[in-house]
Design a binder for this molecule. Structure first.
Ligand SMILES: [Zn+2]
Length: 197
C-alpha cells in the first residue's frame, strides 16, 4: 500500500469518516495544507503517546491523576458514574456538579464479552469501600442496553451504606450525554432520584 492509500485507509478509523470523505481529506491536505497536515500528525502522535487513563477515575490525563481527581476543591465523597470520558466534558459543561467521577469501560454486554469485571465494576466497589463514598450518581442513558449495567452496579454496591441515585428524566432514552445541552444535564442532576431508598 502506498502512502496515500495508507492515509486514506487510516483516516477511516474516525467516527463518521468513510472512504470518500477520507480521500477528500487527503487530497485537501496534500494540495494546500501540508504544514497543517504535519502539525496534525504531530498533535495526533503526541496525544496518543502522552494521554492515559487517570488512575482513580479513568478520565483522560497526562499525569497519574486527572485535574478533577487532583483538585482539592472537589467533593470527593460523591462519585458520578459515566459510560465514557467524553460524558465528563458534558457534565462539567453544565457547571452543576462538584463531585468526582468514575468512568466505566463501556456497558455490560455479554455478546461482546463485557461483564462486570471488564467494565470496571470491582474498581468502583473498591473506591466506594476505601474512600467512604457517600453518594454514587449513575449517569448512564436509561436504555435497554444499560439495564444490566444498572442492575450490576446496584448489586455490587448493595453491601455499602452509599446513597445510589440516577439522573432524573429529561435525559432522552438511549441518548448519549455528550450530545446533550448543559441545561438538560444540569436539571437532570439537580432532580436525580434515589435508586436504593
Ligand atoms: Zn481522575
Amino acid at each position: 500500500m502506498d502512502a496515500m492509500d495508507a492515509l486514506v485507509d487510516a483516516l477511516q478509523c474516525l467516527p463518521g469518516v468513510g472512504p470518500k470523505s477520507a480521500q477528500r481529506m487527503v487530497y485537501q491536505l496534500l494540495k494546500s495544507k501540508r504544514q497543517r497536515g504535519l502539525h496534525l500528525a504531530h498533535c495526533l502522535q503526541d496525544a496518543m503517546i502522552k494521554v492515559q487513563a487517570c488512575e482513580k477515575c479513568a478520565n483522560y490525563t497526562e499525569g497519574a491523576l486527572c485535574r478533577i481527581c487532583s483538585d482539592p476543591a472537589r467533593a470527593d465523597r460523591t462519585l458520578c458514574v459515566v459510560e465514557s470520558a467524553a460524558d465528563i466534558v458534558a457534565i462539567e459543561h453544565s457547571q452543576t456538579y462538584k463531585g468526582c467521577y468514575f468512568v466505566l469501560n463501556g456497558k455490560i454486554s455479554p455478546l461482546d464479552g463485557l461483564g462486570p469485571e471488564e467494565i470496571g465494576l470491582p474498581k468502583l466497589r473498591d473506591r466506594v469501600e476505601h474512600e467512604n463514598i457517600e453518594e454514587v450518581i449513575i449517569a448512564l442513558p436509561t436504555s435497554v442496553e444499560t439495564h444490566a449495567t444498572y442492575h450490576f452496579i446496584q448489586k455490587i454496591l448493595a453491601p455499602y451504606a452509599v446513597q445510589l441515585t440516577q439522573l432524573a428524566h429529561g435525559i432522552p432514552s438511549g441518548g448519549d450525554l455528550e450530545y446533550l445541552d448543559g441545561y438538560t444535564i444540569s436539571s437532570a442532576l439537580k432532580n436525580r432520584a434515589a435508586l436504593n431508598a
